[in-house]
Design a protein around this ligand. Structure first.
Ligand code: ADP
Ligand code: MG
Length: 248
């Protein structure tokens, strides 16, 4: 029997290898080992969630992956995705003196054909009526919808998100998670999403990497095999959460 060749590697994979990340001593503060022997590969168009309590090194790792922090031992390989990478931060980071529509247009070069897709993108995220509003007139939930629109209009190969839905009331956070799932299904891209919220991790991720306080490392790497319907069902999420996080 002939052996099937594996499909050629397409863009969007991420190889992470951080052997050490140390923040040096500053004044009274001792040097701190924040990451140690963290190695994993993210498959193209998968949705990886990194979770763990505050201070365990999630943002530090994401900044290294994004290329924002180069002061570490190890290597990051983003393949072709390094030029098609979008980072959505905890704060929506919209320019206050630009309208919603202008904030989205700003990330595209002049004359780029994706400008024509902005009205449709605004409609997908439910902001058509707010296109000409300035960010300060919007609720935090709406600002975060705008940040998602600005991220997805770029059609990134790699999308990094650091706790993009914190500080929202539960219904608003839930509607943003559903919106994110919808956008991702419409435009599959390799995602690394950070959250300290375990239910959110289970609802969104196709795989969860868990970090623990003081470990400076990944302590658990587990696939999440829920169906789309189950991801909208609180009891299915709670059951999967109990299964995945049973070790603590
Ligand atoms: P998380 O995102 O999981 O909450 P961080 O990656 O922000 O955690 O931080 C991990 C650890 O590194 C924390 O103890 C934090 O105090 C420390 N840290 C983060 N950034 C810096 C920095 N620029 N200088 C020194 N220490 C830092
Ligand atoms: Mg953080």
């Amino acid at each position: 029997m002939a052996t099937l060749n594996q499909a050629p590697a397409s863009g969007g994979h991420i190889h992470v290898h951080v052997s050490r990340k140390i923040f040096p001593a500053v004044g009274e503060r001792d040097a701190q080992l924040v990451l140690r022997d963290v190695s994993f590969t993210v498959e193209p168009r998968s949705f990886l969630v990194m979770t763990g309590p505050s201070g365990c090194g999630k943002s530090t790792l994401l900044n290294i992956i994004a290329g924002l922090d180069k002061d570490f031992q190890g290597e990051i390989d983003l393949g072709s995705g390094k030029d098609r990478l979008t980072y959505i931060f905890q704060s929506p980071r919209l320019l206050p003196w630009r309208t919603v529509q202008e904030n989205i247009a700003l990330v595209l070069p002049d004359g780029d054909p994706r400008h024509a897709k902005i009205p449709e993108m605004l409609s997908r995220v439910g902001l058509s009526q707010a296109a000409n509003a300035y960010p300060e007139r919007l609720s935090l939930g709406m600002q975060r919808r705008a940040a998602l629109a600005r991220g997805f209009i770029l059609e990134p190969e790699i999308l990094l998100m650091d706790e993009p839905f914190v500080s929202l009331d539960d219904p608003t956070a839930q509607s943003l998670r559903e919106l994110l799932m919808e956008l991702w299904h419409g435009q599959p891209t390799t995602v690394i999403f950070i959250t300290h919220d375990r239910a959110e991790a289970v609802q969104l991720g196709t795989r969860i990497l868990r970090m623990a306080p003081g470990q400076a490392s990944v302590v658990q790497d587990v696939p999440v095999t829920l169906t789309d319907a189950e991801r909208r069902d609180r009891s299915a999420i709670a059951a999967a959460q109990a299964r995945i996080f049973q070790t603590t």
